[in-house]
Write a new protein. Structure first.
Lengths: 815, 228
């Protein structure tokens, strides 16, 4: 008997092919997305592990870094520091494997190609040939040559060699502010601190070919910088194994292993008069960014799968519930004939599993393609080769298990409803008797009767409607939350850079070098403004955690004071007359540190402690930033400027003479193009996710509207027999669709906004803060999508009414 | 109707549901169509109401040919001329008694609350106008359905087994209301039924079998209800 009943149910489901295909499609996408994201994470993680490991082929990523961009330590200072650390190394800590000093300098690449001579902002590392820590990575098949050894040798980072047409054996000209020097390219490789090619303090990589990184030997650095071999502005410590460090993305503190070591390091710095900040892997943006990207992919796998499968499950549950309703008489007859409840139940329980299995198989087949696509996208975006690709069997089981569990649950309620049917009630027609809602009557009594009926009909099944809105909400959460988050981010960052800043180039200088730049500017008739920008601030937040941040000092923050205007969203700009140094902070810093405007806090600037009063909050900074007035910060740091903003007159361009007196030159337009290129790439993924969300919304709305109309065959046929025109009925359906679309749209926007807040809070860390701004255009767009889909369903309803066989319907009405 | 035919093509061959129907109904008549199951009486009612299109023959209504094979024109014909009462009342459960009547008026472009009230008074349900169909009895629901069907002042009122779902006593009450309403509103009526006892309310009885009229008799009952 069960087999026959199940066959009957299968045939009924087959009768709703379009819905069936939509549901299978959703399950397919859920499994596909799960395998894509999960597979991506599963392949990226071992790649980072092998890249960072201390092995023949690995790079041996350091565990602690100390840097000071405003001064250079002598070889003697470096040695004394390392000895000091070694001598007082905590006995309970893992042993110190290496302590090395390095010079890392901003500079320029003097590049000539078909379009002329170009100055490309660059970063040059000095890596001794026998370096133990933070070495170059030469992956087999994706790199060339060997590490630089001689004074005229350089290894170029593989990210930009192709676009700049730099090959093994090429000769390049580079500088760091004291002339230019020729180097021979002996290697093309990667570096663990530059997996993602964004300059420090930014998450946006410049346009390909507009930023260069190279690795010279210690001898090469001596030649380039004029500083003795062994001089350093960076110190690296490698500790045996990988001591746990605090993860900025978690509430807990995981950095106990390093606490004692950091104390020893700090003492040794004090003893040797070294100023600088100490960072572990969690505090080093370049390393942390990649870890968070990976963590994001891992985190997304389950929620993405669950969200999509939940939409599918709701659709399955609603469809099965409708099927139970339409088959009520048959079920009642079968029950009267003695068919046990369990026989009726199995079909409704197993149907979702079959649907789920079918969608899952398709997802499993397509999943690897999705994963490879995402890994290809990673290679394109990040520029790092992924050598081995595979999907762990465990991932398949996890995704499939989750999917089948969710779809199984979707069949439980309809199955229970089917078995709870009382034959007497159904066959006696008692189950058809329904009393309208007095509340709805009172609410709609003033309306034309046809419109009142539309509203009452829409709300006739509040649970179904709520489930529909829930599914629409989840779909739009998928479509809208990422969009809301990125549009908000783009608006505040790109908008600020495009409209709030009027400089053409930012010329970086070594301490004290700004005079030569200003002289060049005055010769060329360029307007100039010195600024201080130092990533050297540290503070203890409200929870007692040490946080690093960037210090920026401008001449003023009123309109027209500076070429860089900041978006003050609360409070006032700092004043020079205050006894305590006044500062503003970006909104992310304030929120994450738990600080507030009006408070006086203690911070550490390049090793010296100072008190600041917070007067305002600023939007538009991805990095955590504190804004000072220039004289205030200059008096704390002793540095007058780290960069000069220039507004170039028409026809004036930066030239080699400027490059020779500056560390690096950043063109604002190039910076913007880089950001826009990245956003364009992101848009590809966003569009896919958004498209999926819209498709799901379409499927959910279609399902509900079709069910609504199918369920109202009785009343629509009655109205048709009584002479109601299709225009009249169509108007009712249109009104109904507008109501559902409007409410669905509001629910969708609320879900999307909630999702954006959730995403932002889950992705926001001290290093990368995502503000969520409800951009009206996005909200209108989302509402428009739902409303549009709902209204688009009206012609389907009218088409259904037009092809209604009234003779048959009258027969039904008479039975 | 002249030589009206309605044939259906089925895998088993052609089914002649109506096979040459000839009759004329005059204004004010109350006609009852009687016949066994499958005799074609419902098909005839469907053709009369322009729910179905005849295969052959002619059908004129007040001198105009009734549209066929055109859903919108047929709907328009029904809207302008036909009232319909169903066996199971088919009232809209989400609307009150009054609103069920108003909706039909509204969809026909003839909304008239005063008339709706008057009709409810006519069928004796003025006190139930704010209640939902689920809150009143079957007989009362059928009386609402009658009020609804004549709310837009149809020329012809059709009913298919309209007392088939009611007990004898309620059936009689409903028929009395119907006859009263038709008489007062000067509505011509045609009802399909199995129930011979309803003949007492008809001015004319047409018997059908195998798609043909087998008898057509006047009952001698006046179309105009005499005031008691």
């Amino acid at each position: 008997m069960s087999a026959l009943l199940n066959k009957r149910l299968a045939r009924s489901l087959w009768g709703t092919k379009l819905r069936l295909v939509a549901v299978i499609g959703m399950i397919f996408v859920g499994v596909f997305a799960g395998i894509t994201f999960g597979g991506y994470a599963a392949n990226i993680e071992p790649m980072y592990d092998s890249l960072y490991e201390d092995s023949e082929t690995g790079t041996n990523l350091a565990d602690l870094w100390i840097d000071n961009q405003s001064s250079v330590w002598t070889p003697e200072q470096v040695e004394a520091f390392c000895n000091g650390v070694m001598n007082s190394w905590p006995s309970d800590a893992a042993s110190l494997d290496a302590c090395e000093g390095r010079m890392i300098l901003k500079g320029n690449l003097f590049h000539t190609n078909d379009t002329g001579d170009h100055l490309i902002p660059s970063l040059w590392h000095g890596i001794p040939v026998d370096a133990d820590v933070d070495r170059n990575w030469f992956p087999e098949g994706h790199s060339e040559g060997r590490p630089a050894a001689a004074a005229n040798e350089i290894v170029m980072d593989a990210h930009m060699t192709e676009i700049l047409d730099i090959n093994l054996g090429s000769q390049i000209e580079i500088g760091v502010g004291n002339g230019s020097y020729e180097f021979d390219v002996v290697g093309i490789a990667y570096h663990p601190l530059h997996i993602y090619l964004a300059p420090e303090g930014s998450i946006f990589p410049p346009k390909p070919g507009e930023y260069a990184i190279g690795y010279v030997s210690d001898l090469g650095m001596e030649r380039l910088s004029g500083e003795r071999v062994g001089s350093a502005n960076n110190l690296m410590l490698d500790i045996e194994g990988t001591p746990s460090f605090d993860l900025p993305s978690t509430e807990e503190y995981e950095g106990e292993d390093l606490d004692g070591i950091k104390l020893v390091v700090s003492d040794s710095m004090d003893a040797n008069e070294l100023d600088g900040r100490i960072r572990d892997r969690g505090q080093y943006d370049a390393v942390e960014f990649m870890r968070q990207d990976l963590e994001g992919a891992k985190k997304s796998t389950t929620p993405f799968t669950v969200m999509i499968q939940a939409i599918a499950a709701i659709t399955i549950a609603l469809s099965l519930q409708r099927l139970v309703q339409s088959q009520a008489r048959e079920i009642a007859i079968l029950r009267t004939l003695g068919v046990p409840r369990s026989s009726l139940m199995t079909g409704y329980l197993f149907a979702p599993l079959f649907i789920g299995a079918f969608g899952s198989v398709l997802g499993v087949l397509a999943g690897p393609y999705g994963m490879n696509g995402m890994l290809d996208f990673y290679e394109e975006l990040v520029g790092l080769p992924i050598i081995e690709r595979s999907i762990p069997l465990e991932l398949y089981w996890n995704i499939l298990g989750l999917t089948m569990l969710i779809v199984f649950i979707s069949g439980v309620f309809p199955a229970w409803k089917a078995t709870k049917m009382e034959p007497l009630e159904v066959l006696g027609g008692h189950s058809d008797i329904r009393i309208g809602s007095n509340l709805l009557r009172k609410m709609t009594i003033w309306m034309p009767t046809s419109l009142g009926l539309s509203i009452r009909s829409s709300l006739r099944k509040p649970i179904r409607l709520s489930m529909t809105f829930l599914a629409v909400g989840i779909s739009l959460m998928l479509a809208g939350s990422i969009q809301m988050m990125t549009v908000g981010l783009t608006d505040s960052i790109v908008g600020g850079l495009e409209e709030g800043q009027t400089w053409d180039v930012q010329v970086y200088t070594l301490p004290g070098g700004e005079g030569a730049i200003i002289e060049w500017a005055e010769d060329q008739g360029a307007i100039n403004e010195t600024i201080i920008e130092l990533p050297l601030g540290t503070m203890e937040d409200s929870s007692g955690m040490e946080r690093g941040f960037t210090l920026i000092a401008l001449k003023g923050y009123e309109e027209g004071d500076s070429m860089r205007s900041v978006d003050i969203i609360a409070g006032e700009p700092p004043s020079e007359d205050s006894t305590t140094t006044q500062v503003m902070m970006d909104e992310g810093s304030l929120e994450m540190a738990g600080w507030a405007i009006g408070e006086t806090r203690t911070i550490d600037v390049a090793g010296s402690t100072t008190e600041v009063e917070i007067t305002g909050s600023v939007r538009g900074e991805v990095a955590r930033t504190m804004f000072f007035l220039q004289p205030d910060l200059a008096s704390i740091t002793g540095i007058e400027a780290t960069a000069v903003y220039l507004q170039l007159p028409n026809g004036v361009e930066v030239d080699e003479s400027l490059a020779n007196v500056s560390a690096t030159i950043q063109d604002r337009q190039v910076l913007l193009e880089g950001i826009n290129t990245l956003l364009d790439q992101q848009t590809q993924i966003l569009s896919t996710i958004m498209g999926l969300g819209v498709l799901f919304t379409l499927a959910v709305m279609f399902n509900t509207m079709v069910m609504n109309i199918a369920e109202r065959d009785f009343e629509l046929a009655t109205l048709r027999v009584l002479g109601a025109s299709t225009v009249g009925i169509g108007t009712m359906l249109l009104f109904e669709s507008i109501i559902i679309g409007f409410v669905g749209g509001i629910v969708g926007v609320a879900f999307a906004f909630g999702g954006a807040i959730g995403l932002a809070s889950s992705f926001s860390t001290w290093q990368f803060y995502f503000p969520v701004v409800l951009v009206p255009s996005v909200a209108y767009q989302l509402m428009g999508i739902v409303l549009g889909i709902a209204i688009a369903m009206v012609p389907i309803g009218i088409w259904r009414i037009r092809r209604m066989d009234l003779v048959e319907k009258v027969k039904d009405l008479s039975q | 109707m002249s030589n009206l035919k309605r044939h259906y093509e089925t895998p088993a061959g052609v089914v002649k549901a109506l096979d040459g129907i000839d009759f004329e109904i005059h204004e004010g008549e109350r006609v009852i169509l009687l016949g066994p199951s499958g005799s074609g009486k419902t098909t005839l009612l469907n053709c009369l109401s322009a729910l179905d299109s005849p295969t052959d023959g002619s059908y004129f209504f007040q001198g105009e040919e009734v549209p066929r094979n055109h859903s919108e024109k047929m709907t328009s014909f029904r809207r302008e001329n036909i009232g319909y009462v169903f066996q199971f009342f088919n009232l809209l459960q989400d609307l009150t008694v009054m609103e069920n009547i108003l909706l039909i008026q509204e969809l026909a472009g003839k909304k008239d609350s005063a008339r709706a009230e008057q009709l409810l008074e006519l069928v004796g349900l003025e006190s139930e106008k704010g209640r939902f169909p689920g809150e009143i009895s079957g007989g009362q629901q059928q009386r609402v359905a009658i009020a609804r069907s004549i709310a837009k002042r149809p020329t012809l009122l059709l009913g298919d087994e309209l007392t088939g779902n009611l007990d004898t006593e309620t059936s009689q009450k409903v028929m009395e209301v119907l006859v009263d309403a038709c008489s007062k509103e000067n509505i011509t009526a045609v009802f399909v039924t199995h129930d011979e006892s309803l003949v007492q309310y008809a001015t004319r009885v047409i018997r059908i079998d195998s798609g043909r009229i087998v008898s057509d008799e006047n009952t001698g009952i006046s179309a105009i209800l005499e005031e008691e």
